[in-house]
Design a protein around this ligand. Structure first.
Ligand code: MN3
Length: 202
């Protein structure tokens, strides 16, 4: 999906709006996917529309920092392109509690154990970082070109791409992702999210 080019379209949710209950409520999924994700998609297309030379670039290329973006559109492209990328990743990594790999397996499990000792210590560090995001943003587990794992925080709609890294797991800690059900209790939302995120096979 990150190899797509302009015009971008909203990827359909690969499960029903209520599939992540009781961890993520139906109303939040509806607003988050249909309104917020749609808005990033529309605003990204609007920002790119006047620049035909950018229409050949994939989303990953646009966000990589390797291409010159027009000064007046740069912020809109990076913010909304980042919003598109992060949400495409997020809704794709989520799956109902009884479907998919909710714990790392194989090489990824081995790398996590080697880096943090075991899965629960990795979770503790990840949770701490997710709570530490001030304002809006993301926490991500990413893989560097040297095959090292890192947990990083991202502000607003930054992505891991300009660092040349590959995201493996991302938690959306913007209030719009949890406020209807959890209000100010970001910690409860983070705990709940572990039941519905999946890990890739690397
Ligand atoms: Mn969001």
């Amino acid at each position: 999906m990150f190899y797509e080019t302009y015009p971008f379209s909203l990827p359909p949710l690969p499960y029903s709006y209520d599939a992540l209950e009781p961890y993520i409520d139906t109303e939040t999924m509806r607003i988050h996917h249909d309104k917020h994700f749609q808005a990033y998609t529309d605003h990204l297309n609007n920002a790119l529309e006047p620049y035909p030379h950018l229409h050949r670039l994939t989303l990953s290329q646009l966000l990589s920092g390797r291409y010159m973006l027009p000064q007046i559109a740069r912020e809109a492209i990076l913010n909304n392109g980042g919003g598109y990328y992060n949400h495409a990743f997020f809704f794709d990594e989520l799956s109902p509690p009884n479907v998919g790999e909710h714990r790392p397996r194989g090489t990824l499990e081995m790398l996590i154990n080697r880096t943090w000792g075991d899965f629960s210590r990795f979770q503790d560090v990840f949770n701490c970082m997710a709570l530490s995001v001030f304002g809006s943003g993301w926490v991500a587990l990413s893989l560097s070109r040297q095959e090292r794992l890192r947990i990083i925080t991202l502000h607003n709609q930054e992505t891991v791409l300009p660092r040349g890294e590959t995201p493996l797991l991302q938690f959306d800690v913007w209030e719009h992702a949890y406020y209807l059900k959890y209000q100010n209790r970001r910690n409860e939302y983070i705990d709940a999210l572990w039941n519905v995120v999946t890990f890739p096979i690397i």
